[in-house]
Design a protein around this ligand. Sequence first.
Ligand SMILES: CC(C)(COP(=O)(O)OP(=O)(O)OC[C@H]1O[C@@H](n2cnc3c(N)ncnc32)[C@H](O)[C@@H]1OP(=O)(O)O)[C@@H](O)C(=O)NCCC(=O)NCCS
Length: 293
Amino acid sequence: MELSRCVTDADYEAWRSIRMAVLPYERCSTVEELRAQDSPDRLLLLAREGGTVVGSGLAGRGESADSAFAAPRVHPEHRRRGAGTALLLALAEHGSALGLPSLRVRVDDEGSLVFAQHFGFVEVNREVEQVRTVGDEPAPPSPPPGVEVVTASENPGLWEASFETFGREALAGFAVDTPLDITPEQWATSWAGDPMFLALHGGEVVGCAGLLRDADQAWRAENALTAVRRDWRGRGLAVHLKLRALEWASIHGLDEVYTWTQTGNDAMRSLNTRLGYTTRTTSVTVSHPLPLA
Ligand SMILES: CC(C)(COP(=O)(O)OP(=O)(O)OC[C@H]1O[C@@H](n2cnc3c(N)ncnc32)[C@H](O)[C@@H]1OP(=O)(O)O)[C@@H](O)C(=O)NCCC(=O)NCCS
């Protein structure tokens, strides 16, 4: 088993091919998106056996406060031969070197959960994936009076500026065990959908919903963050914004939209159910103090 850092575009493409084989139901960042997120804190690894790429790994500073995250992934045809262990140990070492006290990992299947438990990881959080088939979607009813809906791309700077006035509150409201720690740069890049629909009142963002398109599977997209400012809740704004996203998906020929929500967020999950989403996958976040060994 040989582990090496991703350096060339071919390495990044090999990394993506493992990611897509292991998680076929999720969009994978493009090479360009991966390179844009590169930083000294982030480690992308490939695991090779006899020259064949059998696994890939990712580690870095997590979005949860005071945590590193790791994602060891092994191609289904090359499991139970130690690649997962080699990747996890190298990724955990990277997390320790960042000086962070704990390591978080997401697992979507029973076998991977057993693997994680074997190293002493314990469950801290759970998310469900809900999926909506896109058909002929009608235009949504009008937004509440006084609210105008625009897209972030037509209004450069608006999404970025909403971090302080809107984003911080939205992020603080997540139903998670550990508060999220998101920088303005992350808000401006990985948290922005395209399209991203923004509800404006008096020039201020009071709600958002959007889509993260899939460069490899153009027929599907993931829902980007859906959020409504506390003082604007209960007026149908989230439904309006999500229906706008579904209408956009229909006009652009998409067949499927999927979304991940914390199990503790009953409001969002029941809203999705009301809009015709059905549950597909459950993902468990597990955590372990660092160092791992
Ligand atoms: C989890 C994963 C990385 C394991 O990769 P792997 O190369 O098969 O793991 P290893 O060969 O190093 O397994 C080490 C030990 O973990 C346990 N283990 C691993 N997979 C298991 C499974 N499916 N069921 C039960 N135990 C398992 C076993 O004790 C195994 O030792 P053994 O094979 O001698 O019995 C791989 O299944 C995967 O890519 N899963 C999807 C991605 C994911 O969830 N990653 C996060 C994991 S924390």
